[in-house]
Design a protein around this ligand. Structure first.
Ligand code: TRP
Ligand code: SF4
Length: 327
């Protein structure tokens, strides 16, 4: 039996380059080795968007279409929506009985977000329990591997602790999942801050050639490089980070060298990058256009994924109910 990989994303809208290189490319590659489950964590989104939830639903279709367009393959993977599998809520409830408050209160991600996010009230029971719901998502499918970014590692550790406690109290039901730390290139947005939907600085997979030209054109380069004949430092330049992703190794080295010698200008460097981006995104966008005009196919893919996930979830919950003797 192949090991299981599971990962999820909160529905925040169209996918940008950060999602592609930080998560989706890894997901795509895992499909060849693992039995994969990928889902939209809409209940997790609700923990912070509860007062204005319309964005959640609007995002789901866009996201699924983006996933399919980059090669998440419904023949290989189970693609589903968290809230369609009510068993997640039941497991969350049961896990909440055995999770000490102190484990949740000391969670660094929780403490950080409480501090950083000031435009909404996150002092809720649901938000504190975010990682308990995440644990339910993961162990419902008895996932062995969970690809996540570094910010999610504390949640994975909590999942492992909850699993140990569950197994100790009720018998060995769940495997302890391992995190697969996905190597994320540090992609900055058009304004030099982290690429994020909330900063409106993202380059989307669906951006047209015109939008790509404009956005790349606006991007900061080496701030020390004011005039064309000033030498540049590629290591501090966001355009260069993208060159490393999109250009071939020899050409990347040559650009770095010429940048330091002021042999290449930023305008030219950006033009090269834009062409490469257009080349790479075009096939993704062609698939995207296909799915946008065949939304019924997308719905059918989701229905199949949900059915598949439900089967696994129902079987797990039968085991869980027996184990905790609420059956
Ligand atoms: N918390 C994750 C994030 O913000 C999303 C998520 C929810 C998730 N449930 C999960 C990721 C289970 C991996 C496994 O990125
Ligand atoms: Fe950045 Fe390219 Fe300009 Fe060098 S030449 S500073 S790598 S954009």
């Amino acid at each position: 039996m192949r090991e299981r990989v599971l990962s999820g994303m909160r529905p925040t809208g169209k996918m940008h380059l950060g999602h592609l290189h930080g998560a989706l490319e890894n997901w795509r590659d895992f499909q060849d080795t693992y039995e994969c489950y990928f889902f939209i964590a809409d209940w997790h989104a609700l923990t912070s968007e509860y007062s204005d939830p319309h964005i959640i639903k609007e995002s789901i279709c866009d996201m699924i279409i983006d996933w399919l367009s980059v090669g998440i393959n419904p023949e290989k993977s189970t693609i589903f929506i968290q809230s369609k599998i009510l068993e997640h809520a039941e497991l969350h409830l049961i896990l909440s009985m055995i999770t000490p408050l102190s484990w949740l209160e000391r969670n660094p991600t929780y403490k950080e977000q409480l501090q950083e996010i000031t435009n909404r009230d996150l002092s809720t029971y649901g938000f504190l329990g975010y990682p308990v719901l995440q644990a339910a998502d993961i162990i419902m499918y008895k996932a062995n591997k969970v690809p996540v970014g570094i910010d999610q590692l504390p949640h994975l550790e909590l999942t492992r602790e909850i699993v140990r406690r569950f197994n100790f109290l009720y018998g060995e039901v769940f495997p302890e999942p391992d995190a697969i730390l996905t190597q994320t290139p540090k992609l900055l947005g058009v304004d030099g801050r982290k690429m994020s939907k909330s900063y409106q600085n993202s380059i989307y997979l669906s951006d047209s050639p015109k939008e790509l030209k404009e956005k790349i054109g606006q991007m900061f380069t080496d701030p020390q490089r004011v005039k064309r004949h000033d030498p540049g430092d590629p290591s501090v330049c966001n355009i260069f980070t993208l060159q490393k992703i999109y250009n071939i190794p020899g050409a990347v080295e040559e650009i770095a060298k010429q940048c330091r010698l002021a042999g290449i200008g930023c305008v030219e460097c950006k033009t090269i990058l834009t062409e490469l981006l257009i080349r790479d995104l075009t096939p993704i966008q062609e698939k995207r256009d296909y799915y946008v005009s065949h939304v019924d196919e997308v719905q059918e893919i989701l229905r199949r994924g949900i059915r598949n996930a439900q089967k696994v979830a129902q079987a797990t919950m039968e085991e869980v109910r027996k184990a905790v003797r609420i059956d």
